[in-house]
Ligand binder design. Structure first.
Ligand code: GRF
Length: 205
């Protein structure tokens, strides 16, 4: 089975969408471990509810940054994961972690990158006045939301949208897109050439 790790820091709605897909039998991967840096993350409750193994790795409890990084790498290797899925993980991964899993770490971001990277992407989009926004799944490199783009889904931004309206509309698309992309990886459909990502045709959303 294609084992994945899901890294979370907060609410965990993407984790839940992936779990639901797994429960329904349509995820071609298995969540081997959920890892959080936040002992209070709601996402942990979801892992517990579904009997998915989880680890809490709080960076402040380690001797130093590299000690934390090595422990994170060890936890991922121990779980024998083939893909590391960041789902609302609020820490930038260190170069040593990225190096340990080359082209095997992905993230989801609530904007059409490269527009509006970083925090509060939905607010950035509203404030800027764009007519469309969406979500992006991308490879994780050393930067902030800068890695090669794997897939995107687009939503309209309506004149009367509140921040909540737009965030909800984007989140619904995230929940569809992320499990789909995980299935692409499980089926070995994703090829990275330079910074361009190619997905084998029949599996496209
Ligand atoms: C999502 O909007 C995701 O795009 C961003 O963080 C948020 C996580 O939400 N990276 P959740 O914890 O999955 O509900």
């Amino acid at each position: 089975m294609f084992s994945i790790a899901v890294l979370v820091s907060g609410r965990g709605s993407n984790l839940e969408a992936i779990i639901n897909k797994q429960k329904s039998g349509s995820l071609k991967a298995k969540i081997a471990i959920v890892i959080t840096d936040n002992p209070n993350a709601k996402a942990i409750e979801k892992a517990k509810e579904h009997n998915i193994p989880y680890r809490i790795l709080e960076s402040s409890l380690f001797a130093g940054k590299e000690d934390f990084n090595q422990n994170l790498i060890a936890a991922l290797k121990e779980a024998k994961v083939k893909l590391v899925v960041l789902a609302g993980y609020m820490r930038l991964l260190a170069p040593s972690v990225i190096k340990a899993f080359p082209n095997k770490i992905i993230n989801i971001h609530p904007s059409l990158l490269p527009a509006f990277p970083g925090l509060e992407a939905q607010k950035q989009a509203l404030d800027y006045g764009v007519k469309f926004s969406g979500c992006t799944v991308h490879f994780v490199d050393g930067g902030m939301d800068t890695g090669p783009i794997i897939a995107q889904r687009v939503v309209p931004v309506l004149a009367e949208d509140t921040l909540e309206d737009l965030s909800d509309r984007i989140l619904k698309e995230e929940h569809l897109l992320y499990p789909q992309v995980i299935n692409w990886f499980a089926g070995d459909k994703v090829k990275l050439i330079g910074r361009k990502v190619f997905v084998q045709e029949e599996e496209k959303v």
